[in-house]
Write a protein that binds this ligand. Structure first.
Ligand SMILES: [Zn+2]
Length: 269
């Protein structure tokens, strides 16, 4: 498929999930693994097996640059377990993500009005960022939009602009990167707001849980990042960065690059 490099980011989730035994989201496989009360604690990541598997892939595809990664679910709630795993795994790339909210795991639209779910998700993002320095890339900030319920009407991202910008500013202040996740609908507004919040770097994730989905819509995502001013690095595994110095005003908002000269120097160097 022409990919020069790939990062595998296996899940490490620690928050117990409530498994539904009826309705459209019910899953027999998960129900069988859950307790009688419907609680499922995700099994621990088989670290040795995972790292061995990555090595087998490197041996089999020597021309493909394969880096090791992990996606930590709610690391701000599971700091000790996450730190232990990172120490043992020495991963090249660590994503932080929210799959669960304090009121329901996973995100259950049937428990709340749809708009409230999105707002509560985005409100939890700064707590994730400020509560954990274990990760360097925030995964899928738009995660709840993937399953926006049809009954709630068409999704309009402009109604959540303030909440997105607030979460993105917290991420920018922390100096971390934003993942453009292509498994759900793509929203160019988020990438633009990220840049306007002072965000300096993006990564691309197809969240492929199936080989046929690897790099799904990456060309479209790359065009979106490019349109917001992000540029690829020298190496295939580098983040795409926003060239130029970002100047922060006293109110914390990004006032843009200082000058085009600075921008071109950084683009060149
Ligand atoms: Zn995820």
């Amino acid at each position: 498929m022409g990919l020069p490099a790939v990062a595998f980011t296996e899940h490490a989730d620690y928050t117990p999930w409530t498994v539904l035994d009826s309705g459209p989201d019910a899953d027999e496989h998960l129900t069988a693994l859950a307790t009688a009360e419907g609680s499922l604690t995700p099994p621990e990541l088989d670290l040795d097996g995972y790292l061995e598997c990555l090595q087998r892939c490197r041996d089999q595809f020597p021309d493909l640059h394969i880096i090791s990664g992990v996606e930590l679910g709610e690391p701000h709630w599971h700091g000790t377990a996450a730190a232990r795993l990172l120490h043992a795994g020495q991963f090249d790339r660590v994503l932080g993500s929210l799959h669960c909210l304090p009121f329901g795991q996973p995100i259950l639209y049937q428990h709340r009005p749809a708009g409230d779910v999105v707002r509560e998700y985005l409100a939890e993002i700064p707590r994730l960022i400020e509560g954990s320095d274990a990760f360097s890339v925030l995964a899928h900030i738009d995660y709840p939009l993937r399953c926006w319920p049809a009954g709630a009407g068409p999704f309009d991202i402009s109604g959540f602009q303030g909440e997105f910008r607030h979460a993105l500013r917290a991420l920018a202040r922390s100096g971390r990167a934003l993942e453009i996740n292509t498994s759900g609908p793509l929203h160019p507004e988020i990438v633009r707001w990220w840049r306007e919040a002072g965000g300096r770097a993006v990564t691309f994730g197809s969240d492929a849980h199936d080989p046929t989905r690897i790099a799904f819509r990456f060309a479209e995502a790359a065009a979106m990042a490019d349109a917001s001013g992000f540029r690829p690095g020298r190496h295939h595994c580098d983040y795409w960065r926003y060239p130029g110095h970002v100047h922060f005003r006293k109110d914390g908002r990004n006032a843009g690059p200082i000058s085009s000269d600075v921008r071109s120097q950084h683009a060149a160097g």
